[in-house]
Design a protein around this ligand. Structure first.
Ligand code: SF4
Ligand code: SF4
Length: 416
């Protein structure tokens, strides 16, 4: 595989729509890593196409529970397929209900239209049994795509759940071996673990810079440092360069006011193409200093033991800990929020819920109570979809939260 022709991480297989915001000086002039990730889709497509031509399978994934290490160890290219575009939703609504989550509809719309080049390249699609909408959408997608169902136990943090999940990860690994004619040796698995650990570490360090006050980059800029394909060497080099560049930077990013309100964003993923909510928040006098979701820090917080005698069991353990709202009882999410609030010192919390996402919508009741009574921070829930028409309504609600924070801590501080 040509490692130099690579690129970046998150879900979605589409080119990003033009941002409504003017580019910051960093976006116009540098740093070089931002320019690299601005071409993320093109890099990923070149990489996946070249890899496939060299005999490496391309595997589409749609959830952070899929252990990428297994696919990397098999020499496969794991590509995130989650849709972030509103443009593909009408095609999906020909067969899916209109009140379904936009992420599911957008992903399915690409499938119907055959317009996601990564999905069209995929030799296999992994269907993770998370929310009901995704599971039933996968049944339709699987009618004419090669698909492997990865069964996730929904009860969280029990020995039985871990045993079942470990067995499932091993069954998945055996399927990958048989389908692609490879052997997943301990050495190959350890190499893949080390690669993913390195990527997580670099992305954690970059995200960790937003703990500074003022932060040297915005939450929207941080979102840019991600890729549809994990583990590519060219991306890892650019993560490292970005971390060095922003580490040396002093003062707030050009896009942020001198003393922006520090907010933590939690909830559903803001996949590639659906970053609009972060842009609205940061155009309202705030900076998203920390993101507790699957396109933010949530999947990066834990690594896999690279020396474990049973690498597949170690991989299963790390992924089983991911605190998604489809698990019950999802206590780990509250603990994660507490840890992140301590580290990043937000002055308020915004919960984002995609319309039709019942698990995050209902779990928001628990999260709000936790944020207000335990973290003692103002909380705002935004339920929305991918429609640009929602922008004004969202902006007014975010501005009200920002004003609440400023009234509570007129001299700044607060979370600090
Ligand atoms: S939010 Fe849940 S279902 Fe969605 S990608 Fe994350 S773990 Fe998977
Ligand atoms: S946002 Fe909610 S409904 Fe949509 S795919 Fe994720 S878990 Fe499912």
């Amino acid at each position: 595989m040509n490692e130099s022709a690579s690129s970046t991480p998150t879900c979605g297989g589409q080119r990003a729509p033009a941002s409504p915001l003017a580019p910051t000086p960093e976006q116009r002039d540098g740093p070089a890593p931002l320019a690299h990730f601005a071409q993320m889709i093109d890099h990923c497509l070149d990489y996946a196409t070249a890899a496939k031509a060299q005999g490496h399978p391309v595997v589409g994934i749609m959830c952070e529970y899929t252990p990428r290490e297994v696919l990397l160890a098999a020499g496969a290219v794991p590509v995130c397929l989650c849709g972030g575009s509103a443009a593909t939703i009408p095609a999906a609504e020909q067969s899916l209900p209109t009140n379904l989550c936009p992420l599911i509809k957008s992903t399915f719309g690409y499938h119907v239209q055959r317009s996601n080049p990564f999905l069209e390249l995929a030799d296999l699609v992994v269907a993770e049994t998370t929310c009901d909408g995704k599971k039933k959408m996968f049944e339709l997608m699987g009618l004419n795509r090669p698909m492997w169902i990865l069964e996730l136990p929904h009860k969280a943090d029990t020995p039985a759940a871990l045993d079942a999940w470990t067995a499932e990860v091993k069954k998945f690994a055996a399927h990958v071996e048989a389908r692609f004619g490879v052997t997943l040796t301990v050495e190959k698995l350890r190499a893949a673990i080390q690669r993913m650990n390195r990527e997580r570490d670099l992305r954690r360090r970059l995200a960790g810079l937003l703990a500074r006050d003022p932060p040297p980059l915005t939450g929207r800029e941080l979102l840019q440092f991600s890729s549809l394909i994990s583990g590519m060497e060219a991306d890892l080099v650019q993560y490292e360069r970005a971390w060095r560049w922003y580490s040396a930077r002093r003062g707030p990013p050009a896009a942020a006011r001198a003393k922006p309100v520090r907010l933590l964003l939690t909830g559903v993923p803001t996949v590639h193409g659906a970053e609009r909510v972060v842009e609205i928040i940061e155009a309202s006098g705030a900076v998203v200093v920390c993101t507790e979701n699957c396109t933010g820090l949530k999947p990066l917080l834990e690594d896999v033991d690279p020396q474990a005698a049973d690498p597949l069991a170690a991989i299963a353990r790390k992924y089983e800990h991911l605190p998604c709202s489809i698990r019950t009882v999802n206590r780990r999410r509250l603990e994660t929020l507490r840890t992140l609030a301590t580290a990043f010192q937000p002055q308020g919390v915004i919960e984002l819920v995609w319309q039709g996402c019942l698990t995050y919508e209902v779990e928001a009741v628990t999260v709000q109570r936790f944020v207000e009574t335990e973290l003692k921070l103002p909380y705002l829930k935004l339920t929305t979809d991918y429609s640009p028409a929602e922008a004004e309504r969202l902006r007014l609600r975010v501005e009200a939260l920002v004003e609440t924070v400023r009234r509570r801590w007129p001299a700044g501080g607060g979370g600090r």
